[in-house]
Design a binder for this molecule. Structure first.
Ligand code: GLU
Length: 317
């Protein structure tokens, strides 16, 4: 084993390794989702850790009934077995509410009544073009301005709750280290703005749910696709605000479609075909530079576990 890989294993050994795969049941797994599942599974196995599956069905409007069963079956077909029964976010609202209440009590969360149009107008008024993919950088229109501000706004009916990102002790620029991508940073206040914790339809946001659940499940290592890297600073900000531990992060390479675009449910990626699980796993493994396997799925996974130590050593900056 290379020296750096051995050092990493030794340092990771200080905290029990608990990893997770956290699919949203908005559609079955596609070939790209299997890359994240395989890396997080391999990383957990290499570190003699646990691997958990969490069904992120917090956004009920986007979830497709029955998809979670398909996802669990797809993982099963690929012999990516979890070490505990899955956790369903839809059963955890009370925990998200508790976290939101804590943030409100700390003066860090506030209610907002701005519509998308209001936000666009405020941005244009400030000379900002509404870019940042489809997301708007919230200009802080409803930020608390005085005593009882939240109480007054809360009395106005349906609203979203946002996290204040502008306070000096929010940390402003979040610096963190990705095990593959190296040093990362984001000024959340300017890059994203005060982001949503709970929507007007009472659904809690992905950011809040993920942070609460990663802590509740004792996740030491978040391993997920690189398309999610932009969320990490927001999640670290929330961890700090809630006094929760920060896991290590590893964002995996993405499987690209023939047009060079990342595969996603949004751009119509086909459901992962697990009728030949080894073929599905080989495709995911190729993205990671792991050698193609021809034997059984169990042998392939064992070989990749053996290879993973040196592959993951190449990732680190
Ligand atoms: N549920 C998210 C998704 O399917 C992944 C969340 C995460 O791994 O943090 O894109």
């Amino acid at each position: 084993m290379e020296g750096s890989a051995a050092r990493e294993l030794a340092s990771l050994g200080a905290i029990p390794y608990i990893g997770r795969f956290a699919p949203s049941p908005t559609g079955p797994l596609h070939a790209g989702s299997l890359v994240a599942a395989l890396v997080s599974w391999l990383d957990a196995r290499v570190h003699a850790g646990q691997w958990l599956v969490r069904i992120e069905d917090v956004d009920t409007a986007r979830c497709v009934a029955g998809t979670e069963r398909t996802i669990l079956q797809q993982l099963q077909d690929c012999s990516l077995h979890a070490d505990a029964p899955p956790l369903w976010q839809s059963a955890r609202s009370a925990h998200y509410q508790q976290a939101l209440d804590q943030l409100i009590a700390q003066g860090l969360a506030y209610p907002c009544h701005c519509s998308r149009r209001d936000i666009e107008n405020a941005m244009l008024h400030n000379g900002q073009a509404p870019t940042r993919h489809a997301d708007l950088i919230y200009p802080g229109t409803c930020r608390p301005t005085g005593p009882n501000h939240s109480d007054r706004l809360a009395a106005q009916g349906p609203q979203v709750w946002r996290l204040r990102t502008d306070l000096p002790d929010s940390g402003r620029v979040i610096h963190w280290h990705d095990r593959r991508l190296g040093p990362q940073q984001q000024d959340v206040a300017t890059a994203v703005g005060d982001f949503v914790l709970q929507r007007a339809d009472r659904c809690f946001s992905y950011q809040l749910a993920v942070v609460v659940d990663d802590a509740a499940q004792g996740i030491s290592d978040v391993v997920r696709g690189e398309d999610l890297v932009d969320n990490t600073a927001r999640q670290i900000l929330l961890q700090r605000a809630l006094g929760l531990p920060m896991p290590r992060y590893l964002h995996t390479p993405l499987l690209l479609g023939p047009n060079g675009e990342k595969l996603s449910k949004q751009n119509g990626a086909q459901a992962l075909d697990t009728s030949d699980p080894l073929a599905a796993l080989n495709q995911a493994a190729a993205v990671l530079g792991l050698p193609e396997q021809t034997g059984s799925v169990a042998q392939a996974l064992q070989t990749w576990i053996a290879n993973w130590v040196s592959i993951s050593a190449l990732f680190r900056h």
